[in-house]
Design a protein around this ligand. Structure first.
Ligand code: BTN
Length: 254
């Protein structure tokens, strides 16, 4: 198997159906293991919960893979690490965007969705389990289509000019790998505290959507297992999956 980890190389494709699907196929063929692939556009981009991900030219569509074995924490932490890495990059020069992480793995700016992540576990007989994290970031789009849940925004809309998408992809891969190595070495506690420092979810009034169910309350934080802890007059609940809206005022979604 070819490993591309050492120098954080990114494989650039002009178009893919979905970079996650493409990378999963390479892992199953044992052609790649630690790899990163970028596509200029996607014809069948996939979002969380089976949703479609609009993927026109000018966006960042990136998937990163690595073996995931013998960890004492679940794969969701790969998206936590990616979120921390990406938010850190976007807050610094030359992007200087006022971004926040939103549970479980979105990045928002000004109440609109800038970036989403989809992590998938690849398992097959005779192959080491791998995680593939897919990152969709609205970079140079002049107008971004909202997904079914959230209004969307691009870096172009936030900053008024275009950015080098490929350079950003390389920065994300290298920063993610650094964050992930730290997590594997030092554990998830420090990662969760970095995530909370970059997030608006703890301390906010939120509404959690799980299938057809909704639960509104005050978010007191996230657990060691990265569950969202929400309290209201009926008690406290922990969510390990779902979507979450930050409620600023009744009826306004973030
Ligand atoms: C979400 O629903 O918020 C997650 C969106 C993830 C989209 C990215 S784009 C790169 C990778 N390839 C896909 O098909 N999906 C992910």
């Amino acid at each position: 198997m070819e490993a591309l980890e050492e120098d954080n190389k990114v494989l650039f494709l002009s178009c893919a159906d979905s970079t996650n699907t493409w990378l999963k196929e390479q892992i199953l063929k044992q052609a790649l293991s630690c790899a990163a692939v970028f596509a200029g556009r996607q014809t069948a981009g996939r979002g969380r919960h089976g949703r479609h991900w609009e993927s026109p030219e000018g966006g960042l569509y990136l998937s990163i893979s690595f073996p995931f074995e013998n960890q004492n924490f679940p794969p969701i932490f790969s998206c936590v690490a990616a979120g921390v890495a990406i938010a850190g990059i976007l807050r610094r020069e030359p992007y200087t965007a006022d971004v926040f992480l939103k549970w479980p793995n979105d990045i928002f700016a000004g109440g609109r969705k800038l970036c989403g992540m989809l992590s998938e576990l690849v398992t097959a007989p005779g192959i080491a389990p791998h995680v593939v994290i897919g990152i969709g970031l609205n970079v140079n789009a002049k107008v971004v289509t909202a997904d079914s849940l959230y209004e969307a925004v691009s870096l172009f809309e936030l900053k008024g000019h275009e950015f080098d998408v490929r350079l950003l992809a390389e920065q994300i891969v290298s920063e993610f790998r650094r964050e992930w190595r730290n997590t594997v070495e030092f554990g998830t506690e420090q990662l969760i505290s970095h995530w909370c420092a970059l997030s608006e979810t703890p301390g906010a009034h939120v509404e959690v959507l799980q299938d057809e169910n909704r639960f509104a309350g005050y978010c007191v934080g996230v657990s060691d297992a990265f569950e969202l802890i929400v309290e209201n007059e009926n008690g406290s609940r922990r969510f390990s999956a779902g979507d979450c809206r930050t409620l600023r005022q009744p009826g306004v979604q973030r």
